[in-house]
Ligand binder design. Structure first.
Ligand code: ATP
Length: 574
């Protein structure tokens, strides 16, 4: 090659055999004491290319008429059979003819089975569902699993295996059919499997953990004076008081036909009163982690018989620095009920195991760490993809200057009328400023932030729910889990400083299948989230404003090292 390059040696052309199809292959046979080669005529224009036999699938080539292929294959097979029989000196009998007929019948039957038009899974009974139907079902609802899972999802409430009292309550609240996260997570909970549930905001995660929890409690001995001193049967932990109270309301609705007592243990209320309530006995405690640990430390609460625990919005609890409190609560539960940790361990049907549920719309690494420690061989249920914004929310992002925000806010509010709006800000001071501004413009506003007393917070949320106010101005306290029906618009007056909070905030609209709009004011002070925001907008097929699209910060993940191109590098000569 080098010689050829430098000396200009002539390239020897390889002779390409242009085989018109004649005699490229030979048959080799031992004849009269020596090998004889006989060319095989194959690729002539008149005979089809010799093809390798299909040794996989159904023996058919895609895109070619199946009946033609079958006919050709059948005549070839019959021919080969006839030759083989005559070579072996066999004569055709009634028996061989019958045998041939039977083969043909079986082949036709197989083909008919293969080509039949199947019923859709919605028209099938549970017994008729095939593996393929379940696959289509999972695809239809975007249900994905990770981890060893042997439990089928549920298609309808009647097939869920939930106790009849719960089915009656579901009917009463008007949930016609389960949402995808409920389809996937409820049967796992009923089998006492640990679950990490990731589903978009407003998709019904609360009922997905409350229903199997209630079903678990129904299997326990009734709570009497004898065992109530051992504490509740189930605990739900949530990051904020409002969320805990909302879960309490949903639990009350679904436990309507039971007489279970539900205690809410959250900050901002008298701990003594909560302690007294706990001592009277209750089946379920719904709590913020800090306050519950306080109650445990002061011996107001014990968790000696608690084997069902839910960490709702687990990532937010870690974000807020509640990891030690969450761990403290989990460590206060009896460890004797933990499931075996080995791979392949089989759970005994009639034994009680600790069931741990973790739910969120986002699942960052810190939560995975916690899950590794406290969950036993969990099944991860992902509806859609983690951190994805629900398709029901239309996202609009404006790049503005800080001093332009009040004017743009006014413009956006003009289309609102009587509809419900949540305006998110990042600080309590900003909350007060925006509140004042909107009140001056005549909007009926209320405020929610950590600086308000618990009574003020509750009154604000209640007023927003019952329509006294149609505009809520809030910090991230209201960013997660808060479920107020028919919020038409969410405005991020300030962009949150991480993308998870953005996803949760805008998820306050577009809930339970309804549509909503989210508007975000972005400034050049928010470059820390530019990269993630651009990616998220692209993933959800929303418009990326040009200022964001071309900004350097949106091209590189914060913390990653930029690989400079050679022309940008400075070379210092000695
Ligand atoms: N199967 C269902 N059919 C109809 N509505 C439902 C169903 N399940 C729940 N809902 C309603 O959907 C709304 C949202 O439910 P929920 O608050 O549990 O969502 P979420 O997934 O926990 O949201 P977030 O991530 O924001 O906390 C609630 O109003 C609830 O009553």
């Amino acid at each position: 090659m080098i010689k050829q390059q430098y000396l200009g040696q002539e390239k020897i052309k390889k002779r390409v055999s242009r085989n018109g199809g004649m005699g490229s292959r030979c048959s080799c046979r031992w004849r009269r004491g020596r090998w004889s080669l006989k060319p095989i005529v194959t690729n002539t224009p008149l005979t089809p290319c010799s093809e390798a036999a299909l040794m996989f699938g159904r023996g058919m080539r895609a895109g070619i008429d199946r009946r033609e292929q079958k006919k050709a294959a059948a005549s070839l097979e019959a021919e080969l059979l006839r030759k083989a029989r005559s070579a072996a000196g066999l004569v055709e009998t009634a028996e061989t003819r019958e045998h041939d007929r039977e083969r043909k019948r079986l082949a036709d039957q197989y083909d008919g089975f293969d080509m039949r038009i199947e019923k859709h899974w919605t028209e099938k009974s549970l017994e008729e569902m095939t593996e393929r139907d379940w696959r289509i079902f999972r695809e239809d609802f975007n249900i994905g699993y990770r981890g060893v899972n042997t439990v089928l999802p549920i298609r309808k409430w009647e097939e869920s295996g939930l106790p009849s009292l719960l089915i009656k309550a579901i009917d009463r609240v008007g949930y016609k059919k389960p949402s995808p996260i409920q389809m996937a997570a409820i049967p796992l909970g009923l089998q006492q499997r640990d679950v990490i549930g990731i589903a978009e905001t407003g998709s019904g995660k609360t009922a997905a953990f409350v229903l199997p929890m209630l079903s678990y409690i129904m299997r326990q001995p009734p709570m009497t004076e004898e065992n109530e001193a051992d504490g509740p049967y189930a605990v739900v932990l949530a990051p904020t008081r409002e969320l805990a109270q909302q879960i309490e309301e949903e639990t009350h609705k679904l436990a309507y036909y039971t007489n279970y007592r539900i205690a809410s243990v959250v900050g901002g209320q008298s701990i003594e009163e909560q302690g007294a309530k706990l001592r009277k006995g209750c089946e379920i405690v719904i709590a913020t982690p800090g306050r519950l640990l306080d109650c445990i430390d002061r011996h107001y609460a014990v968790l000696n018989q608690c084997n069902y625990v839910v960490l709702d919005e687990a990532d937010r609890m870690i974000d807020l620095g509640f990891e030690p409190q969450v761990i403290g609560v989990l460590d206060a539960m009896p460890s004797s009920f933990l499931k075996p940790d080995e791979d392949g361990a089989v759970l005994e049907a009639n034994r009680t195991y600790r069931t741990t549920y973790m739910f969120s719309a986002t699942m960052p690494p810190a939560v995975e760490r916690l899950a590794k420690k406290y969950l036993r061989r969990p099944v991860v249920v992902v509806i859609g993809s983690a951190g994805k914004v629900t398709d029901n929310v239309t996202q609009r992002v404006f790049v503005v200057k800080e001093n332009e925000k009040p004017r743009v806010l006014e413009q956006e509010m003009e289309s609102v009328d009587e509809k419900r709006v949540i305006v998110f800000v990042n600080t309590q001071r900003q909350c007060d400023n925006v509140h004042r501004h909107l009140e001056e413009l005549g909007y009926r506003c209320t405020i929610l932030h950590g600086g308000k007393t618990q009574d003020q917070r509750e009154a604000g949320i209640k007023g927003f729910r019952d329509g006294t106010y149609n505009c809520l101005i809030a910090t991230d306290v209201a960013g997660r889990g808060i479920d107020v029906p028919d919020v038409a618009l969410v405005i991020n007056y300030d962009m949150p400083n991480n993308i998870e909070n953005y996803t949760h905030r805008i998820g306050r609209t577009g809930r339970a299948g309804k549509k909503g709009v989210a508007v975000t004011f972005l400034t050049l002070g928010d470059t820390g989230v530019f990269y993630d925001l651009k990616k998220l907008l692209e993933e959800s097929k929303a418009a990326v404003p040009p200022e964001l699209a071309r900004h350097e910060a949106s091209k590189l993940k914060p913390g990653s090292i930029e690989a400079k191109s050679r022309k940008d590098q400075t070379v210092f000569a000695a």
